[in-house]
Design a protein around this ligand. Sequence first.
Ligand SMILES: NC(=O)c1ccc[n+]([C@@H]2O[C@H](COP(=O)([O-])OP(=O)(O)OC[C@H]3O[C@@H](n4cnc5c(N)ncnc54)[C@H](O)[C@@H]3O)[C@@H](O)[C@H]2O)c1
Length: 247
Amino acid sequence: MKKTFEGKVALVTGAGSGIGQAAAFAYAVNGAKVIVSDIKDNDTVAKIVADGGEAYFVKTDVSKAEECEQLVKKTIEKYGKIDIAFNNAGILGETNNLAEMSNDGFEKVIAVNLNGVFYCMKYEISAMLKQGSGVIVNTASILGTVGFSAFSGYVAAKHGVVGLTQTAALEYSSKGIRINCVAPGFINTPLLSTLNVKSKEELSLKHPIGRLGEAKEVASLVIWLSSEEASYATGGYYPIDGGYLTS
Ligand SMILES: NC(=O)c1ccc[n+]([C@@H]2O[C@H](COP(=O)([O-])OP(=O)(O)OC[C@H]3O[C@@H](n4cnc5c(N)ncnc54)[C@H](O)[C@@H]3O)[C@@H](O)[C@H]2O)c1
C-alpha cells in the first residue's frame, strides 16, 4: 500500500528534539524524505535512517533570515522540491513579569519564535509558488490566543504566529498552498526542563484531561494537517491542549 507521504519532501525546523523530532519521525515513517533542521546537532537523522527512512540534516538558526533562505535552497538542492514545511523551532525564553523582562530577553524570543516563522515561510512560499503547491504547518501555542504570567515575549510571539498563519493563508490558499498552525497545550518536552516537578503538576491541573501532552500527540495533528486528508483545511488555528482553552 502506498504510504501517505511517499514521494513527498518534508522540512522540519526544531527537528532535533521534542515536537519537531516526533513530527520528523512521523513524516519519515509515512514515506517522506525529511529535511531535519535545527540550531543544534542531534540524532534525528541517524534514528530515521536506522529505521529505514530517508533524512538529511541542515543546521539552521531560524532567527537569521539568510540561514532560512539557505535552508530552503539546500532542501531544493538535495531533494528537488519542498512539499511540506513544519515551522516549529522555538524557545521558552526569559520568564519574568513584563516590567522586569530584559529587552534582550524579549527580543530573543521574538527573533526565534516569530521572526523565524516569518523568514521560513517567506522562502518556503517562494519555492512553493514555483511548484504551484505546498503545505505549511506552523507551531503556535495555546498562548497564541491567551496570556500567561511571566511569558510576555513568548505570548506575543505566538500571537504573532497565529496572525502570520492567517494572513499567509489569505494570500496563498488560492495558489495551491495550505497554511495552518497547531496550538499545543503544555507538552512534556525539553522546553519545560527548567520547571520543577511541582510546577509541572500545577500545569497539568490547568488541562482538563489531567496531564501534560506528549510530543507524538501533537505530531499526529501535524501529520493530518500535512496530508491530503486535510485538503480543505487552511488558515486554521488547531488547539491540541487536553482542553486547556475550554477552562
Ligand atoms: N513544550 C510545550 O509545552 C509547548 C507548548 C506549546 C508550543 N510549543 C512550541 O513547540 C515548538 C517545539 O518545542 P518543543 O516543546 O518540542 O521544545 P524542544 O526544546 O524539545 O525543541 C525545540 C527545538 O528547537 C530548536 N531551536 C531552538 N532555537 C532554535 C533556533 N534559533 N533555530 C533553529 N532551531 C532552534 C532546539 O534546538 C530544539 O531542538 C516550539 O515552537 C514551542 O514554542 C511547545
